[in-house]
Design a protein around this ligand. Structure first.
Ligand code: GLU
Length: 296
């Protein structure tokens, strides 16, 4: 009987407390909240505070304050990623055991130098959809004895997904349902292309889980049915769909929404205090003004 009941929709807004909320976040939060209300669904807030070097309790408090001021209400308790590191470690461990993830010892600086040397010859190094150079990949075949030697020496390392092996596990076309739109207007059934990201990092020495791994596991654990977020994360969905496939997790619907450009036409940044919600509050704007400013 129960199986025939339609699932109650579950939405989430998932900010990282590494800066102030800006108009783009307000759009995301309000859309999630309003869509949940319209569908008689639940609205959850998740604090994505894995990166302890950039996230602070002060930013988290300011986020809650801004969201409350905007008139939003969310379920308690709020989920904080930093309180669920075992979940991420467990999933990473499973992928390591299956040989789908390998340790990577190259530092960001070393990768950068490698790419620069290559491009100095007039050639172009492949980039991922965010424009970052794709990881070279040579540590994929590092002998086990050499890995162990470096572990013993205590060399810092990240864990990377062996993209070719992971993609080989896909048995039927990997797609998602887009109920918003991608940067090129993609909508409906979208074919995922995780390979264009190369061997993505799933865990670093200074953060036990990458954004990709934590967001995928949390969406599943929280029973999220609708992922509503900015279009800048459209291509990341390919990696999330691959991880869902590998870890046997359900797939939500995805709604990527428009971005709010800054006055100079560029993407809003958390460090740009002028477009922060707090600055508008101080300048006497009301929540209704904010809605109007973001076209709601
Ligand atoms: N924490 C991410 C951010 O602040 C959003 C994650 C998501 O919505 O999937 O950009």
């Amino acid at each position: 009987m129960d199986e025939a009941l339609p699932k109650q929709p579950v939405f989430r807004f998932a900010p990282s407390p590494n800066g102030q909320l800006h108009l783009g976040h307000a759009l995301s939060a309000i859309l999630n909240h309003d869509m949940a209300q319209a569908k008689n669904g639940r609205f959850l807030l998740r604090i994505e505070d894995i990166d302890i070097s950039r996230c602070t309790p002060e930013y988290e408090a300011a986020i809650l304050d801004d969201l409350g001021w905007l008139g939003l209400d969310w379920e308690r308790p709020v989920r904080r990623q930093s309180e669920h590191l075992d979940l991420y470690r467990g999933a990473l461990g499973k992928l390591i055991d299956r040989g789908l993830v390998y340790p990577s010892f190259l530092t960001r600086g070393e990768i950068k130098a490698r790419v620069a040397a290559f491009e100095a010859q007039g050639k172009t190094w492949p980039r991922d959809p965010d424009g970052a150079p794709v990881y070279p990949g040579d540590e994929r075949s590092l002998p086990e004895s050499e890995r162990q030697r470096r572990f013993t020496r205590g060399t810092q390392h990240a864990w990377r997904l062996d993209m070719a092996k992971a993609v080989a596990k896909i048995t039927e076309p990997l797609t998602w349902q887009e109920i918003g739109a991608g940067p090129q207007g993609e909508t409906g059934t979208v074919v995922a292309d995780p390979a264009c990201w190369g061997d993505v990092i799933l865990s670093r020495s200074d953060a036990p889980s990458s954004y990709h791994l934590a967001v995928t596991l949390d969406d599943a654990r929280q029973g999220i049915t609708h992922v509503v977020r900015g279009r800048d994360l459209f291509h990341a969905t390919s990696v999330h769909r691959l991880l869902q496939h590998l870890l046997d997790l359900p797939q939500p619907l995805y709604h990527h929404h428009r971005l709010i450009p800054g006055e100079d036409g560029r993407k809003l940044s958390k460090s740009n205090r002028d477009t922060g919600i707090a600055a508008f509050r101080q300048a006497g704007k009301t929540p209704a003004d904010i809605r109007a400013m973001i076209g709601l």
